[in-house]
Design a protein around this ligand. Structure first.
Ligand code: TYD
Ligand code: MG
Length: 467
C-alpha cells in the first residue's frame, strides 16, 4: 500500500503548506490553495525505479563538455512561418519542449494546425487534443487547407495512453493541446491541477529529451493573464512563447518569454484572417495604415522589437476635466511613465495638465515598454494640449530624463533607416548619440532637451498643416 500525504498548494505560485491558507505568504494571492495528495518520498523513489521512462537526462557518467564534436547542432525544424521561426531563434530544435500560452480564442490551435501542415511534409507529427473532437480538428484542418498522411490526430487525455501511442507511431513532433486537459492515473488529483500538469509535462518532456521528438505544449492563462499552472512548468520547458493580441482586432503578436535556444526579445506578427493566420512581414506599414492626417495628438515612434525596428503610432488626447481629480488613462504605454512625462512637461515647459484629463493610446494594441518612446509620447501630449498637429511625416525617438533632457537610445541608426524606408521625411532624435548617423532622404532633427523639441511646432510645414 502506497503511503500518500496531503499538502495544500497555491495554484498561483506553487507554494506548499500543510494547511490551507486564506492568503498565500509567498505571492499574496487570496483563496488559491488547493488540496493535493502526493506520495511519500520512499514510495516515490520506489515508483521512480519501476518507471521505464525515468531520467532521460539523468544517469550516466560525467563527461567533458568538449567530448562531443562541436558544430553538430541538430538541424532545426522550420515551421514555414518566418515570423515564428525568428521568435524560436531559427526554428524548432529537435528534442526541445516549447510551451505556447495565450488567452482562449486567440488562435493557438489555429497556429499549431497551420504549422503542422508544413512540418508534416517532412516529419511525422502527432496532434493530441484534449479539447476538441477529431471531427472538429478535421474541420479546422480542412478550412486551413492542411492535409497530410504524416499528420496524426489523437483525442486522448490519459498520458499513459498517449505515451503508448507515441511509442507506436514514433512522431518527430508532438503537440499537446492543452497540457491542462491531460491527466495521469499516478496522481490522484483533478485534471488540470498542479500535480497533474507537472506530471504530464514531465512525461512529455522526457519523450523529448529521451526520444528526440520535439514537443509543443499549449498552456492556458490564468485570470491575471499569466501562464496557468505551476511555475515549474516554465522551468521544465526550453522555450516559453506567449501569443497575444486583441480579439477585436486581427493583429496577433507572438513573443518569447524564455528561450534556451535564442534571444527572447524577438516578436512575430500575424494577422487573423478567414483562412487562418497570415504573417505580417511589414508590420510598420500595417500599423500606420489608418493614421489621421492634420489632427493634433498623434506622433509616430520607432521602437525596437528584438532586432527589428517597428514604427507605431502614439495618440494622446487632453481635454478639460469634469472630475475633482483629473483622469489619466493609458493603453499600451506604462501609466507610471505617463505621470512622469506629464510632470516633466509641466515643470520644464510650463504646460498645465492639472485641469486636463489625459488619455494615451498606442494604436493597434501594441504594448510599448521602451523608454525610447518618451519623446513621441511627449510630442503627442504637447501637440494635443496646444492643438497643433505634429507633421505627418515626422517620427520621434528618445528617452526623456527628469531634467527634460533627451537621452540616447540603442540601435538609433536602424530606427532612422526604418523611418526613412517607410517614407518619413524627418525624425526627432537625441543630440548626444546622433553624430555619425547617416540616412538618405530623411531630415535629422537633433534635440538635446524637451524645450528644443518645441521647434517642430513652429516649422513652416507644421504651420501649413494647422487647421
Ligand atoms: P483557436 O485557434 O481555436 O484559439 P485558441 O486555441 O487559442 O483558443 O482560434 C479561435 C478563433 O480564431 C475563433 O474565434 C475563430 C478564429 N478563426 C479565424 O478567424 N479564422 C480561421 O481560419 C480560424 C481557424 C479561426
Ligand atoms: Mg484551442
Amino acid at each position: 500500500m502506497k503511503q500518500r500525504k496531503t499538502v495544500y498548494v497555491c495554484t498561483e505560485c506553487d507554494y506548499h503548506y500543510p494547511k490551507a491558507l486564506g492568503r498565500c505568504p509567498q505571492c499574496g494571492s487570496y483563496g488559491t490553495f488547493v488540496e493535493e495528495k502526493f506520495d511519500a518520498p520512499e514510495a516515490l523513489v520506489k515508483e521512480a525505479e519501476k518507471s521505464p521512462r525515468r531520467g532521460a537526462l539523468t544517469g550516466g557518467t560525467a563527461v567533458p563538455i568538449t567530448a562531443e564534436s562541436a558544430g553538430d547542432e541538430p538541424q532545426r525544424l522550420l515551421t514555414g512561418y518566418s515570423e515564428l521561426d525568428r521568435v524560436l531563434g531559427g526554428g524548432i530544435v529537435p528534442g526541445s519542449v516549447v510551451l505556447l500560452s495565450g488567452e482562449p480564442g486567440i488562435g493557438k490551435s489555429t497556429l499549431l494546425t497551420q504549422i503542422c501542415g508544413v512540418l508534416s511534409r517532412e516529419n511525422r507529427v502527432l496532434y493530441i487534443s484534449g479539447e476538441e473532437s477529431a471531427h472538429q480538428l478535421r474541420l479546422r484542418a480542412k478550412r486551413l487547407g492542411v492535409a497530410s498522411d504524416e499528420l496524426y490526430i489523437l483525442t486522448e487525455t490519459n498520458i499513459d495512453e498517449i505515451c503508448a501511442e507515441t511509442d507506436r507511431i514514433s512522431p518527430d513532433v508532438i503537440i499537446a493541446d492543452s497540457i491542462q486537459t491531460l491527466y495521469s492515473d499516478r496522481s490522484q488529483t483533478l485534471q488540470g491541477s498542479i500535480s497533474q500538469v507537472r506530471e504530464c509535462a514531465g512525461m512529455l518532456a522526457n519523450l523529448a529529451k529521451g526520444g528526440g521528438s520535439s514537443v509543443i505544449l499549449v498552456g492556458h492563462v490564468n485570470k491575471e493573464g499569466g501562464i496557468a499552472g505551476p511555475k515549474v512548468l516554465e522551468h521544465m520547458v526550453d522555450t516559453v512563447l506567449y501569443f497575444e493580441g486583441d480579439r477585436q482586432q486581427n493583429i496577433r503578436i507572438i513573443r518569447a518569454i524564455k528561450n534556451r535556444y535564442g534571444a527572447t526579445n524577438e516578436i512575430g506578427v500575424f494577422e487573423m484572417t478567414d483562412s487562418g493566420l497570415s504573417e505580417v512581414e511589414n508590420p510598420s506599414a500595417m500599423l500606420l495604415a489608418d493614421r489621421p492626417r492634420g489632427v493634433s495628438g498623434s506622433c509616430a515612434v520607432c521602437v525596437m522589437e528584438g532586432t527589428r525596428p517597428i514604427i507605431a503610432e502614439i495618440q494622446a488626447l487632453t481635454t478639460k476635466t469634469t472630475f475633482p481629480s483629473p483622469k489619466r488613462a493609458s493603453d499600451g504605454f506604462d501609466l507610471g511613465r505617463l505621470y512622469l512625462l506629464l510632470a516633466v512637461l509641466e515643470k520644464r515647459l510650463g504646460l498645465c495638465f492639472s485641469d486636463m484629463d489625459v488619455y494615451v493610446n498606442v494604436v493597434s494594441g501594441l504594448t510599448l515598454d521602451e523608454p525610447a518612446c518618451d519623446a513621441a509620447v511627449a510630442l503627442a501630449l504637447i501637440s494635443s494640449i496646444k492643438d497643433i498637429p505634429v507633421p505627418f511625416d515626422l517620427a520621434a525617438v528618445g528617452e526623456l530624463g527628469l531634467a527634460g533632457e533627451v537621452r540616447a537610445v540603442s540601435a538609433l541608426e536602424r530606427r532612422v533607416k526604418e523611418a526613412a524606408r517607410l517614407g518619413f521625411g524627418q525624425i526627432v532624435l537625441p543630440k548626444s548619440s546622433s553624430s555619425g548617423i547617416e540616412a538618405a532622404g530623411i531630415k535629422l532633427i537633433r534635440v538635446g532637451s524637451v524645450y528644443e523639441m518645441l521647434s517642430i511646432f513652429t516649422s513652416p510645414s507644421v504651420q501649413q498643416n494647422k487647421r
